[in-house]
Write a protein that binds this ligand. Structure first.
Ligand code: PHB
Length: 392
């Protein structure tokens, strides 16, 4: 009799606990956010974390009747840790979506987990073309380096740059940048006079800058990952290359909005190709930059941040379409073909490749209100990843 009363009391307590959430227990959808929050690429993690928080603050933490819970973990830019965290999040924490992935090796390490568990993997930062092909559950909201490098290469050849020397970081997105810059630049009539790959760990750009200067190109084309731009700029200026008459052209990863002001006036005139500038003159972006800075006074949103912000939008829109259902196949189907306005401009998820389709802007570093910005002056619309488009 006593045991029965106890059981009854426990059940009643359970019902009451559920009752406090408005009559029904509100189900939670956990999103596992894996990012480099420490180390040389911590800026990518911090930008994306800030953007994810901003998205939730603006759109609420409930979607299609489900409460959204972010589980953030630092992979410290070590691929084995990314993979272990992804496994633990799926198996132990029951996350229904994996997101983040600050660099290519980290995104690739998690791909087998998303493929086997059939859990959507939203790549918010990494940019090597092949990433989306490593798991049918990957959707990318960042960019591909071939998107940026091809636009830079063909613009350069058509705008008075006859000879170029490329300097890229020696890992997959750097190799993509080198190949696709060269391809579009030479097809449009340009000539490569040299190529150099700089080691990723503790990079020293000085000897490579010297080699480039000795080859006397009209321009140096550069890809360095977000987080290395400040050191590149410092060594470029130290060697006096800003006064050499050689032009500096790059993907937007170099004059990253978060650090551009630190480059000083030596950066004025640098031309780059990228999907995002904090100076993009749309109402949506003006509001985004203002809200981001209000929540994070020491930061300016960069191109990594919009990958995080738009990645959250893809997750929210997919959950709306599935009425809160978290089946991986259903979420993927809902994500394919999504099209919406991002702070960077119009974007969509290519249903065939699950990769992002977006405008790539040509920009020039100029001073505005006493600060340095990448000011857009031309647009190539709705660019698909050229690498996948080049293969059957
Ligand atoms: C990458 O690892 O794919 C990556 C990292 C930083 C960038 C771009 C690409 O700025």
């Amino acid at each position: 009799m006593q045991r029965r009363n106890l059981l009854k009391a426990m059940l009643t307590a359970g019902v009451l606990a559920a009752g406090t959430a408005g009559g029904y227990a509100e189900e939670t959808v956990k999103i596992g956010l894996i990012l480099p929050m420490t180390g040389p690429f911590a800026s990518t993690g911090k930008q994306i974390e800030a953007a994810v928080k901003l998205y939730i603050a603006e759109h609420g933490d409930t979607v299609a009747g489900k409460k959204i819970e972010i589980v953030l973990k630092d992979d410290t830019n070590v691929a084995d840790i990314t993979k272990r965290l992804a496994q633990e999040m799926v198996v132990n924490d029951g996350v229904k979506v994996l997101a983040g992935f600050g660099l290519t090796p980290l995104a690739l390490a998690a791909a087998p987990v998303s493929a086997q568990a059939k859990v959507p993997q939203i790549v918010m930062a990494a940019g090597t073309a092949i990433i989306t092909e490593r798991s049918p559950f990957i959707v990318r909201t960042s960019f591909t380096l071939p998107q940026k490098a091809t636009v830079m290469g063909s613009w350069a050849a058509r705008n008075g740059i006859g000879k170029a020397f490329s300097i890229v970081a020696d890992f997959a997105p750097g190799h993509d940048s080198e190949k696709w810059f060269k391809d579009s630049f030479t097809k449009a009539g340009g000539q490569m006079v040299g190529e150099a790959r700089v080691p990723m760990a503790n990079p020293d750009f000085a000897p490579f800058l010297q080699r480039a200067a000795d080859a006397k190109p009209d321009a140096i084309f550069v890809f360095v990952p977000s987080g290395q731009g400040a050191l590149f700029a410092k060594q470029y200026v130290e060697r006096g290359l800003d006064k050499s008459g050689m032009k500096l052209i790059a993907t937007g990863d170099l004059p990253d909005d978060d650090i551009l002001n630190g480059f000083g006036d030596a950066a004025l005139g640098m031309i780059t190709a990228d999907p995002y500038s904090a100076a993009h003159p749309s109402a949506k972006n003006v509001a985004y930059v203002a809200a981001f800075k209000k929540a994070n006074p020491a930061m300016r949103p960069n191109f990594m941040s919009v990958g995080g912000y738009d990645g959250m939008h893809v997750i929210y829109e997919a959950l709306k379409k599935t009425n809160g259902g978290t089946d991986g196949e259903a979420l993927l189907a809902a994500m394919k073909g999504l099209a919406f306005e991002s702070p960077r401009g119009p974007i969509s998820i290519d249903p065939a490749t699950r990769d992002i389709v977006q405008n790539i802007y040509l920009r020039k570093v100029e001073k505005k209100d006493g600060e340095l910005y990448n000011i857009e002056f031309a647009t190539v619309e709705a660019v698909k990843d050229p690498d996948k488009a080049s293969r059957p």
